[in-house]
Design a protein around this ligand. Structure first.
Ligand SMILES: *Cc1c(COP(=O)(O)O)cnc(C)c1O
Ligand SMILES: [Zn+2]
Length: 415
């Protein structure tokens, strides 16, 4: 049973068939999945979701596929961690980490969007899938396409972190490293997509792909006992995730699934060296001014964000705000989350932690209101960013006296 009606232009609301198309031919607006919400309301209840699979597919009625899912059976359904130690550090009352650093199978929230995109790619008859990626998407498309038996072409900026390159190559895709930044990779991929009949998950399948991010929002609400938190801080690259967390809460509200009236502010976190969306929010500007990225947070290094306007609108409408983190603050954020909550996040997570701290200090997020941080990726993938900021192991000879000399007799050590 499918509740996907078709695609609709986000600007002029013209309707389109549910194919691999992504721009409105009248106004060039981007297309979005449109659902039969009356139909969904007939069948979808909290109890039904609770009995569903322990993956993002428990929200299948609100995802843009026609038949049964064919990818990502173990993706999503990640922990919502009550972060009491970090809360104490910041003096806030109720803090949670939505921990997608442990999303299956490639340790980032991109496994959610790829699960949906590849299920839809199969329904639309593609035998080859592709993507333009800042790293995590490359890992996820490579892994999921290997499992699902698609041919795969993966395009990345050549200067990506080692672990993200190896974490793609291991699945034997056609990995293409472009000498240029993500925005140049993306432009090239748009050209390739118009020539080859491939399913580019974040280009011609983008309307389907992007909906996968809603499941992060659905899970937060379900895990809070069918309530949305007062605040969410989420990182932005293209800006899509921010818009979809908001859409998730709104859909749950519309379907009567939330137990309380929706009152959530979404806040945007970006690195100082690539902050076109945050800058527009802070300066109350209507235009997103493209930038040339220069940041250790490579997964967020999109200088010309496809969903920038929509992300800015969501943040403004919801009463949220934005903050930016320098490279040093990103490293501090990574270490703080590790030392308080035992969670090792990648640079994007460091941005989120650092920006949340600033928004709390500025009073944009009051200390007595509930707050969820979207931690979207895993620290083992971006080790070069902090390798010089975590100290060194104490080196000793394999004997007791060497141990006691080097470790136990250091100043300040009490036995
Ligand atoms: C892709 C990515 C983001 C940003 O996602 P958008 O939807 O493009 O804004 C955030 N965090 C990580 C770890 C990512 O890989
Ligand atoms: Zn249009």
């Amino acid at each position: 049973m499918s509740f996907l009606k078709g695609l609709r232009c986000r600007e002029c609301a013209r309707e389109y068939p549910k194919e691999a198309i992504y721009v409105c031919e009248y106004c060039f607006g981007s297309l979005e999945a449109a659902y039969d919400y009356d139909g969904i309301k007939q069948v979808l209840t909290r109890e039904k979701i609770e009995k569903g699979p322990k993956s993002l597919w428990r929200y299948r009625e609100l995802l843009p596929i026609d038949g049964e899912p064919t990818a990502g059976f173990y993706s999503g359904f990640t922990p919502l961690v009550k972060a009491d130690r970090l809360a104490r550090e910041w003096g806030v009352r109720e803090l949670y980490i939505k921990d997608d650093s442990v999303c299956h199978p490639t340790w980032s929230f991109k496994d959610r969007v790829v699960a949906v995109a590849l299920s839809r790619a199969r329904e639309l008859g593609f035998d080859t899938v592709a993507c333009a990626s800042t790293g995590n998407l490359a890992n996820s498309v490579s892994a999921n396409a290997a499992w699902a038996g698609f041919k795969r072409y993966i395009f990345i900026p050549a200067n990506l972190e080692r672990a993200k390159i190896i974490g793609s190559l291991v699945y034997a895709p056609n990995l293409v490293a472009v000498s240029g930044n993500y925005d140049e990779v993306n432009r090239l991929c748009s050209e390739i997509a118009s020539k080859y009949a491939w399913g580019f998950v974040n280009i011609n399948l983008r309307a389907y792909y992007a909906e996968g991010s809603k499941t992060l929002g659905f899970e937060i609400a379900e895990q809070l006992g069918w309530r949305a938190p007062r605040h969410v801080v989420a990182p932005a690259a293209s800006g899509s995730l921010i818009t979809k967390i908001w859409k998730a809460f709104q859909e749950f509200e519309k379907l009567g699934i939330l137990k309380e009236k929706l009152n959530t502010s979404i806040h945007c976190a970006q690195p100082e060296g690539c902050s076109p969306i945050a800058d527009a929010i802070v300066s109350k500007s209507d235009t997103i001014r493209p930038v040339k990225p220069e940041t250790i947070a490579k997964s967020l290094a999109i200088g010309n964000p496809a969903d920038g306007y929509y992300a800015k609108d969501v943040v403004m409408q919801s009463g949220g705000f934005a903050a930016k983190a320098t490279d040093d603050e990103i490293r501090e954020g990574i270490k703080l989350l590790a030392c308080t909550e035992g969670i090792f996040t990648e640079t994007a997570g460091g941005v989120t932690v650092a920006c949340a701290k600033k928004l709390i200090e500025q009073g944009r997020i009051p200390r007595d209101e509930s707050l969820v941080l979207a931690i979207t990726g895993n620290g083992l993938k971006t080790q070069e960013a902090i390798q010089n900021a975590v100290g060194e192991a104490v080196r000793i000879e394999p004997n007791l006296s060497s141990f006691e000399e080097a470790v136990m007799k250091r100043p300040g050590v009490k036995v």
